[in-house]
Design a protein around this ligand. Sequence first.
Ligand code: ZN
Ligand code: ZN
Length: 399
Amino acid sequence: MKDQIKTLARQYAADIVANRRHLHANPELSFNEYNTARFVAEQLKAIGLTPQEGVANTGLVALIEGRKTGSSENRVVGLRADMDALPIHEANDVPYKSTVEGVMHACGHDVHTSSLLGTARILQELRDQFEGTVKLVFQPAEEKAPGGASLMIKDGVLENPSPASMLGQHVAPNVPVGKIGFREGMYMASTDELYLTVIGKGGHGAMPDQLIDPVLIASHIIVALQQIISRNRKPANPSVLSFGRFVADGVTNVIPNEVKIEGTFRCMDEEWREDGLRRMKKMAEGMAEAMGAVCEFTVVRGYPFLKNHPELTRRMRSAATEYMGPENIVNLDLWMAGEDFAFYSQVVDSCFYRLGTRNEARGIISGVHTPTFDIDESALEIGAGLMSWLAVEELRVKS
Ligand SMILES: [Zn+2]
Ligand SMILES: [Zn+2]
C-alpha cells in the first residue's frame, strides 16, 4: 500500500503543483474563498466525489468511502486543509506570482489545499483497499477570528459521520524539504487580544496634583500584569504577555485624559487561560481604581491552544517514520503562534504536523506571513502522499 501511494503521489505530483500554482496566483482573503471553493469542488467532482458545499459559507466537506467493514464499526478519519490567503503584497518574482493586488498565499494554505486535493485523488483511487471513511475538510478563514474551524464545527463538520481523529499539516519554512515535524502534547498557543483604556483626568503637566495621570497609572498596570505571568502561572505552563501598543497622546507638558494599551496573551492551558485573564482584568481595574482612575479592560478571544493528542501523534510519527525514513522525522519546539486547527484539537483527537518546505540552496528561506514566502514545491508530492498514508494507517486502528 505504501509503495502504491508513493507511486500515485509521484504520478500526480505535476498536477498537484499546477493546482498549487493556480491557487497561489489567485489568492482570496479569509471568508472570501469563493473561487477557491469552486475550484476545489470542481476538482473533487472530477474524481467522482460529491462535496457538500457552503459549509461555514465557503468551506467544503467530502467523504471517501472505503470498503465496508461488515461490523457496525466504521472508523472515520478527518483530513483538514485551510484555504485562505493574507493581506500581503507578494514580492516574489515567480511565474505563479499572486495576480491580486495586496493579497498573497503567504502562509502556505495554497499548499495545504492542493496537497489535500492530491491526497483525495490518491485515496479515491485506492478506496477499495482500505476500510472506513476519509472525511476531507476544506476550511475557510484560518487567519481571521473567529476562525473558520470554529464555524465549520458549528456547522457540524465533526458529525455525520464523526471523525475519530483529525489530521492537519502545515508548511514549515524552518524545516528542510523532505523532513516532517511532530510534537506530542501542547504545540501552539491560545491567542487572546487585550484592549485596555485607562481613563484619568488630563491637564497641565506642571500641576499633577490637580490631575489623575493615566500615563503613570497605565505604566504601573503594564508592569503589574507581567507579575501575573511570573508569579501566578505554574512554571510548567508556557505563557506570553506582550503589549505592542501604548498610546498616550499628550505632549511634553500636557497629560492626556486617557491612555490606550493593546496586547496579546498566549498560553497552552485552557484553565490557566481563564484564570490569567480573570486575574489581569481584576489587577488592571483594581489598580486604576486605587489610583483614582478607571480601566476598561476588554478581551477579544482568539483561538484555544493546540494540543496534539499524544497517542495519535505517536502513531502518526511512527507511520511517517515508515514512509519517510527515521532520518527525516524531526521534533518540533513549542510555538507561541496561534492556529485555528486548535478548535478541532479541543474536541477530537488531533494531530497537527509540519511539512518541511525550506530549501536554502535555492534561497527558499522566508518565514510565513512575509512577502517573500515561498516553498520548495517538491514538498507537495510528499505532503499529498504522506497524508494519504497517515490516513490509511489511522483507519487501520481498532477503536
Ligand atoms: Zn498564517
Ligand atoms: Zn497557516
